[in-house]
Design a binder for this molecule. Structure first.
Ligand code: PEP
Ligand code: MG
Length: 328
């Protein structure tokens, strides 16, 4: 990234009545950092680390990962960069890591389950790189946050947090600079929605991954054309899962974001503000439209409108209410 681009400071946006909503970008390669900055993203809400592991025969070492995380922080001076730990498995196979063929990989060892598997130090290497990047606290850099994918239980989060602790102790013993980043959990499974109170108590943020959450709430694959109609976050069940997560998160003093595709749909900005989300993270290309829509929203009206939508019994009713005026 050039100096000129790196010095662009995105203008954060608020609703018409003054509620700030962070509008961040999802990135899946280092090259996408430039596009995110150019589109005025407030930071990175989802840095998918899988790309570091793809198209090669062995995982990247700690130094290579450290440099990638540092590059993301440098691209967003003063802003938050949320890095997701490796989300391998399911739709993201990495051949040299997937030793065990599974009959049903979407319900198998993916996301945090793979990181916590006892046969690997992959997770520790990634955490070491992340804690080192978080420790570089030059003022010009953004602040690092780290989140764990596909959590289904409080036990998994506790295990991940204790790995963070032990990696920190290890770095301290080695005399290496580090810091513990802001920590969060992705809400992508019904299990995590119903455990959201306990999860939120343990971390500072929750980020809703609606691509997977919709798939698991609706039992409809995100990849199958024949179930595409069911894979829709506008079904009342998914909307209520989102609402439940936001309420539980806020009750536990966690901020709540969304980084699934739903967050980048400009037609849904008012609904998402009304559901209480604090941050929306999306493909860079939709950042300007969503920012423009945030500025138009009245957060109180949006909340009332969202409450009416949450009472809907069918998707058809949700759609009808969505196309009605928020003050109707
Ligand atoms: C999601 O599941 O909504 C998400 C953001 O993660 P991914 O699409 O990478 O699984
Ligand atoms: Mg996901």
């Amino acid at each position: 990234i050039s100096d000129a681009e790196a010095s662009v400071v995105a203008e954060h946006v608020s609703t018409a009545d003054g509620r700030e909503i962070e509008v961040a970008a999802n990135v899946g390669t280092l090259a996408e950092l430039d596009a995110a900055a150019e589109q005025g993203a407030d930071g990175i809400g989802l840095f998918r680390t899988e790309f570091l592991f793809l198209d090669r025969d062995a995982p990247p070492d700690e130094q290579e990962q450290y440099e990638a995380y540092t590059a993301a922080l440098t691209a967003f001076p003063g802003e938050r960069v949320v890095v997701r730990t490796l989300d391998v498995g399911g739709d993201k196979p990495i051949p040299y890591l997937d030793a065990h063929a599974e009959e049903n990989p979407f319900l198998g060892v993916r996301g945090i389950r793979r990181s916590l598997a006892s046969d690997s130090n992959l997770f520790d290497t990634q955490l070491r790189a992340l804690l080192r990047a978080a420790g570089d606290d030059e003022d010009a850099d953004g602040s690092l946050a780290v989140m764990f994918p596909l959590v289904a239980t409080v036990e998994e989060l506790d295990a991940a947090l204790s790995r963070v602790e032990s990696v920190a102790e290890e770095l301290a013993a080695e005399g290496i600079d580090y810091a513990i980043p802001e920590l969060g959990v992705m809400i992508e499974t019904p299990g995590s929605v119903f455990a959201a109170e306990a999860l939120a108590k343990r971390v500072s943020f929750l980020s809703i991954g609606t691509n997977d959450l919709t798939q698991y709430v609706m039992a409809a694959s995100r990849e199958n054309d024949r179930t595409a109609d069911l894979h829709d976050p506008l079904y009342p069940a998914v909307l209520r899962a989102i609402r439940r997560t936001v309420t539980a998160g806020h009750d536990g003093d966690a901020w709540v974001g969304m980084c699934g595709e739903m967050a980048g749909d400009p037609d849904l900005t008012e609904l998402l503000v009304g559901l209480g989300l604090d941050e929306l993270s999306m493909s860079a290309i939709t950042v300007p439209d969503v920012k423009a829509n945030v500025r138009e929203v009245d957060a109180d009206d949006a909340r009332e409108h969202a409450e009416r939508i949450l009472d809907a019994e069918t998707r058809a009713e949700v759609r009808r209410l969505l196309s009605a005026e928020s003050s109707a």
